[in-house]
Structure formats: structure tokens, C-alpha cells
Design a protein around this ligand. Structure first.
Ligand code: SAM
Length: 245
């Protein structure tokens, strides 16, 4: 069936590709991908031969509208290098324009590093905010953390090995005392999830600079206890939350 298919792919462990993803990738007419070498490898592993078109949101308007017109009579699968397209990956503008052009769109769920990190970390997940990558420049990074400081939710960021310690130092400056998790190499052989204060984690990773891909999570603000009445109210709240439903 013609249209746009957003297809999530594994974030490391190839076993995480879904049966539905294999089905759509097998039956589609063309695969739009970020990097044809990366997607070529995945398709080869799956035994699928397909025409690949390189696409990212910086592709020019003309290329995007050509791809969208082709969706009227072809099934176009959109994949990114890893995980769910659009989530800190290309696809947003394509979906926006496809919607405006009344193209049928299907999104196939699958691996997403933010969700894997959140579920693995043990941090509260009843409310969370995904905030993508922190800015690379120090002042902008501090300002970005400042802007989310009072949000009552676990904050989820994407990070890279070389920038992790700088990010942890910035968290220590802006959000000291918060519980932090570093989830690395998720679904891969050397998967690791380490939780502690930003200070402890920075000290650890300064000694041992981390390799690979990282999800960085910051637990929600801890309510301040300023009076015995506050302590009572907090205790009641904790008992409420822990009550089995
Ligand atoms: N669209 C992808 C998704 O659904 O997770 C994310 C793409 S984004 C360009 C790449 C970032 O995702 C990495 O820098 C890292 O922060 C995170 N990431 C991707 N794979 C990961 C993995 N296996 N373990 C930890 N983090 C990962």
C-alpha cells in the first residue's frame, strides 16, 4: 500500500528488529535513510535488497517534495541509522509535509534509546521529559539545564562519551543533589547503567572516559522539608504512592 512508513530499527542488538519492520522493509518500494552504508548493512543482515535514497531534514525542499510525490503510488519506508526516526533524528519535516499532502502515514514502534534508558535506570518514570541533546557550548548547556530545573519529572537527554563529564559537571552546578543515571551501550554487549550523584558519576567517568552512546537521566527535584508539618505531608504522600492499587 503506498504511503510513508516510519520504521524503527535496532539501537545495537539486531535481534530487536520487529517482525513488522522486516515485513515493511521487504515489501516497500524504496527505503529513505540517513546513511546508505549503515542501512545497507542492516538490510544485508536481514537479506533484503532494496533501493535506498538518502534523506535528512537538511535535504533540499525539491528532494523532499519529490519523495513525497512518490508516496502517492509507492510505499516509502523511512529509517534512521538506529532507533526511532524523528527522535533526535531526521524525519520531522518529511512527516509534516506528508501530512499536509494527505499522504497515508504509518509509524512502526520499536527501539528507542530514551525509553530503554528510562526503564533501566530505576528513576521515577510516571512523568518524564525527553530533552534531546544538551548544547555543546558551556554557557548554553548551563542555560538549558536552568530552563528545565524546576520541572517535576525525570529528565532524559542524549549524550556522547567525550561530552559526558562536562554534562555531569554542569548538572552538579545547576541541579546539585539530584539523582543521575548514565545508561551506556544499551542492548549491546557492554551495556551499563550507573546511578549516583552528578559528582560521583563525574569522578568515575573522569577516571574512565566512557566509550559509546549514552542516555543521561536526571531524577525529579526532591521536595524540601522545612518543617515537621512538611515531613508529615511527605510521609503521607509516600505511603499513598506506595499503596498497591
Ligand atoms: N533515534 C534514536 C533513538 O530512537 O534512540 C536516537 C538517535 S540520536 C542521533 C543518537 C543518540 O541516541 C546517541 O548519541 C545516544 O545518546 C542515544 N543512543 C542511541 N543508541 C544508544 C545505545 N545503544 N545506548 C545508549 N544510548 C544510545
Amino acid at each position: 500500500i503506498p504511503g510513508l512508513y516510519i520504521v524503527a530499527t535496532p539501537i545495537g542488538n539486531l535481534g530487536d528488529v520487529t517482525i513488522r519492520a522486516v515485513d515493511v522493509l521487504t515489501r516497500c518500494d524504496v527505503v529513505a535513510c540517513e546513511d546508505s552504508r549503515v542501512t545497507g548493512k542492516l538490510l544485508k543482515h536481514l537479506g533484503i535488497h532494496k533501493r535506498l535514497i538518502r534523506y535528512n531534514d537538511h535535504s533540499d525542499e525539491k528532494a523532499r517534495s519529490k519523495l513525497i510525490s512518490s508516496m502517492r503510488d509507492q510505499a516509502v519506508a523511512l529509517v534512521s541509522d538506529a532507533g526511532t526516526p524523528l527522535i533526535s533524528d531526521p524525519g520531522y519535516r518529511l512527516v509534516q509535509d506528508a501530512r499536509s499532502a494527505d499522504i497515508a502515514i504509518t509509524s512502526l514502534p520499536g527501539a528507542c534509546a530514551a525509553v530503554v534508558g528510562l526503564t533501566l535506570s530505576g528513576l521515577p518514570n510516571d512523568r518524564f521529559m525527553f530533552a534531546g541533546f544538551l548544547p555543546t557550548k558551556e554557557q548554553a548547556r548551563l542555560a538549558a539545564l536552568e530552563s528545565v530545573k524546576s520541572i517535576d519529572a525525570t529528565l532524559v537527554f542524549y549524550e556522547t562519551g567525550p561530552r559526558l563529564v562536562k554534562a555531569l559537571d554542569a548538572i552538579q552546578t545547576v541541579l546539585p543533589g539530584r539523582e543521575v543515571s548514565v545508561a551506556r551501550e544499551l542492548t549491546k554487549l557492554f551495556e551499563e547503567c550507573r546511578t549516583g550523584s552528578p559528582e560521583e558519576l563525574a569522578a568515575h567517568y573522569r577516571m574512565e572516559p566512557p566509550k559509546g552512546e549514552i542516555v543521561l537521566l536526571i531524577g525529579p527535584p526532591i521536595p524540601e522539608v522545612t518543617s515537621p508539618q512538611d515531613a508529615d505531608a511527605l510521609l503521607k504522600l509516600a505511603l499513598e504512592v506506595d499503596k498497591p492499587s
